[in-house]
Structures are given as C-alpha cells and as structure tokens.
Write a protein that binds this ligand. Structure first.
Ligand SMILES: Nc1nc2c(ncn2[C@@H]2O[C@H](COP(=O)(O)OP(=O)(O)O)[C@@H](O)[C@H]2O)c(=O)[nH]1
Ligand SMILES: [Mg+2]
Length: 222
C-alpha cells in the first residue's frame, strides 16, 4: 500500500490467485463490465491462444469517496500453470490482499489444494505470512455439473478463517460480492495498522458504500 496523507491518496494492490483456468480473468472481465466507466481503466489481459494466462492481467481502478479520499486499486491475476512460478512470486510482491479463486469441480480439488499451498509458499518467499495477509476464497463455476456440494463448501467455510464466496463468474454472479468482501477485509487490516479511519475520517462502511455505487445495479444478480 502507498499512502499520501497530504494528497489524501491511497493506492492498493490486490491479487487474484488460483489454479489455471479457475476463472481469475473472468472475474476481472466481469468487474470491468459492471463498473462505472469512470472507475475502471483499461483491462489488460495477456492470454495465450489455448485460453491460459501467460503472464498476468491488470485492471486499474480509481474512485473517490464522499470525504474526498482518492483510492486507486490495482487488481492483478497470476498465471496458474506450475511453470509460471516466477511470475506468481513477482506479482505477489507488495500485495495488500489476495482473492483465491478455486474451481468448484470435484476433478479440480487437488489443483486447488496445490495452488493454495503454492500461495502460502510464495508469500513466505516474499517475507509475508498467510496469517497476516487478508485472503478471501471464491468457489467459482457453481453452474457446472460434478461440483463440490454446497454442504461441503459450507463446512469448509465454518472450519477456515477466510471468508468464502460462491460464484458463476461467467454470469457475473458472486463476483462483486467477492471483490467487496476482499476490500472490506483489506481495509480492516490496513486500518488496524495505520488508523486510516482516524487519519482520513472515513469508515470502512462509508468507503465500501462509495465503492458499491461504482457498480451498476442492473447487471448484478438479484
Ligand atoms: N461454466 C463456467 N465456466 C467458467 C466460469 N468462470 C470461468 N469459466 C470458464 O473457464 C475458462 C477459464 O477461465 P479464465 O478466467 O480464463 O481462467 P484463469 O486461468 O483463472 O484466468 C474459460 O473458458 C471461462 O469461460 C464459470 O463460473 N462457469
Ligand atoms: Mg487468466
């Protein structure tokens, strides 16, 4: 995070992490589609022909709160393929929080687990600890057959520390909920460290309210 108290500016970096093809890019595409044009910059995606992210995607977002606080959020994805570990590690540098996008299909259970371990490992390599990092988990592709049951995911949710969201990213369902959940957690953590509320006179609730107005209601799930 970068803070400029005089200019009342905050810059955040959030990372969408997860196994290959779990829907990280699709989440960014949906956020971009639903966002007010004034909020979202150009979505930069670097996909290879076989539909797999080669390097990373970047979606820059910018908005102002009612109290005149200027917030820039850089949303990155990492490439899920095992071979791109160096890129994943690089993208994680300086991250303020992570959305872990899991693939709900039963066949992908192992790939999810390996990617989560890989996240832990790469955080450690960057001198970070997963316990100190705000992380939310999204179980995506809820529309497909042969996915892990709601009961199973609810049970994982109650056992884990991370907030869990269910999504169908291709339809935009659960995408904003995941993103807002991530930002809530990010703000809470940074506020605890830097007293942002005291310094900028803006509460997490007010901030999220300002942000949620940047998303068009019509495109969101009912
Ligand atoms: N059925 C279904 N397919 C999805 C969903 N989200 C993503 N996909 C598809 O999964 C494939 C990989 O998605 P992508 O976002 O490129 O994955 P990434 O490698 O994590 O960036 C694409 O063909 C998407 O259309 C979903 O919620 N449901
Ligand atoms: Mg991708």
């Amino acid at each position: 995070m970068q803070i400029d108290f005089e200019k009342r500016e905050i810059q955040l970096k959030v990372v969408y992490y997860g196994p290959a093809l779990s829907g990280k890019t699709t989440n960014l595409v949906a956020i971009h589609r639903i966002s007010a044009p004034s909020t979202c910059g150009h979505l930069m995606t670097l996909d290879t022909r076989d539909d797999r992210t080669l390097f990373f995607d970047l979606l820059p977002m910018h908005f102002e709160t009612d109290s005149g606080l200027s917030i820039t959020i850089k949303v990155f994805t990492v490439p899920g393929q095992v071979m791109h570990n160096a890129t994943r590690r690089l993208v994680l540098q300086g991250a303020d929080s992570v959305a872990f996008i899991a693939d709900s299909q039963v066949s992908e259970t192992m790939a999810n687990r390996e990617s989560f371990l890989d996240l832990k490992h790469n955080l450690k390599e960057n001198g970070l600890d997963i316990k100190g990092m705000p992380v939310v988990i999204q179980f995506n592709k809820r529309d497909l057959p042969n996915v892990r049951s709601d009961a199973e995911i609810d049970s994982l949710t109650s056992k884990g520390r991370e907030p869990v969201f269910k999504a169908v990213a291709t339809r935009g369902e659960g995408v904003i909920e995941t993103f807002m959940g991530l930002l809530r957690l990010t703000w809470e953590r940074l506020d605890a460290w830097h007293d942002l509320e005291g310094k900028f006179q803006v509460s997490g609730d007010r901030l999220l309210e300002s942000l949620s107005r940047q998303f068009s209601i019509t495109d969101r799930e009912a």
